[in-house]
Design a protein around this ligand. Structure first.
Ligand SMILES: NC(=O)c1ccc[n+]([C@@H]2O[C@H](COP(=O)([O-])OP(=O)(O)OC[C@H]3O[C@@H](n4cnc5c(N)ncnc54)[C@H](OP(=O)(O)O)[C@@H]3O)[C@@H](O)[C@H]2O)c1
Length: 339
């Protein structure tokens, strides 16, 4: 099969950082699907894994954790899918990724592809959708209507990125929260409004005073989708008594959560690979949530976050997508389609 893979960890401008290769098609294990990949999206995790280091891989390593395609083979214990089913999924960081013509993936972390979307529009979604959904509804415990309490508020830091574009939609359309998003440029601010943010503030300026100026002393939830070191102090100040902060981005120093004690507020982490990585008992929840989101897409309640498409899927285009992600300024998702 065709694959884009690496054996050395190099900067994107280096032609060997990601190379076109021909590799054997993998064989599915008992609960695996063999998927013919039709479109892939690129995420910051790809660039973090590819980041230059001395390590050399004995076998080619395939990156990529966002795909849409068709099931072409199934393992002996598969019960959720059949050959011919269109699917979308993020996959498992501990296995080979999706930047190849065929991929094996555990059926419990795969969803049925939204019928109303092309493979490219569907491939934009799974990794960021799982992250945003788990952060909001599972880690922070955001309630879905009909709710018992007043309409709550959320600050989404990094609103126009891949995760932010889905988090804003889920907060607006599924949870019906009042949403303040952050963006630093007119085009990223406009994108946040388009996806459902009620107000936008600039993450390169003081967040506390900007949120206060909007009439909010506190917000019930703070979702940190960029630079935890930079934003945690403001999140700790702004979170409401009994509120929640969730970050999806690693910090380089300890987050000071001591001031949250008085407010009985919580700080939690979200890592969307946790379930697959640790084979948790409930990993099938990702299958269910992807199916639920596919339904919300097909009902027209949520929409794809696809913004830029490259074709075909080859090393030069994957390197280009990595370089754009590394700029830190992408809006929505970059997708590659067709081998
Ligand atoms: N834990 C997990 O499971 C998980 C899952 C997915 C992603 N992540 C991580 O979450 C982060 C975001 O992922 P993503 O896919 O949404 O990234 P992305 O699409 O690359 O995010 C790009 C956006 O970041 C915004 N941004 C740049 N600098 C910022 C800053 N200092 N503060 C706030 N926003 C800033 C930009 O907005 P402007 O152009 O307006 O400045 C841009 O629109 C990455 O570090 C990624 O690795 C973690």
């Amino acid at each position: 099969m065709k694959a884009v893979a690496l054996t050395r960890y190099l900067p994107t401008y280096h032609p060997e950082s990601l190379q076109d290769m021909t590799l054997p098609t993998p064989t599915p294990g008992p609960r695996d699907l063999l998927v013919r990949v039709e479109a892939i999206a690129v995420n910051p995790v790809d660039t973090k894994v590819r980041a230059p280091k001395d390590k050399i891989e004995p076998e080619p390593r395939i990156l990529g954790w966002d795909a849409a395609g068709t099931v072409v083979g199934i393992g002996s214990e598969v019960s959720l899918f059949q050959v011919g089913d269109p699917v979308y999924y993020a996959g498992d960081i501990t296995r080979q990724g999706c930047n190849s013509e065929f991929q094996i993936v555990d059926e419990r972390i795969v969803g049925r592809k939204p019928q109303s979307l092309s493979p490219a529009a569907a491939a934009a979604l799974p990794l960021t959708t799982i992250t945003a959904w788990e952060a909001l509804f599972e880690r922070m415990g955001v309630e879905m209507p009909p709710r018992k309490q007043r309409r709550k508020s959320i600050l989404i830091i990094g609103g126009a990125g891949g995760v932010g574009s889905m988090a804003i939609q889920l907060a607006a359309k599924v949870a019906e929260l009042r949403i303040i998003a952050t963006a630093s440029r007119p085009e990223s601010a406009a994108w946040c409004h388009e996806f459902g943010a009620h107000a936008v503030v600039n993450h390169h300026q003081d967040l506390v005073s900007q949120v206060h100026a909007l009439g909010f002393e506190f917000v019930d939830y703070v979702l940190i989708l960029n630079n935890t070191d930079q934003h945690a102090p403001a999140a700790v100040q702004l979170v409401a008594p009994q509120g929640s902060i969730c970050s999806i981005v690693e910090s380089t120093r300890p987050v000071d959560i001591a001031p949250l004690k008085q407010k009985s507020a919580r700080f939690c982490w979200e890592t969307m690979f946790t379930r697959a990585m640790f084979k948790t008992d409930d990993m099938i929840q990702q299958h269910h949530l992807l199916n639920q989101v596919a339904e919300l897409i097909d009902l027209g309640i949520l929409k794809t976050t696809l913004n830029q498409t490259l074709s075909p899927i080859n090393a030069a285009n994957v390197r280009e997508a990595h370089a754009r992600i590394e700029s830190g300024q992408t809006i929505g998702k970059i997708v590659l389609e067709r081998f």
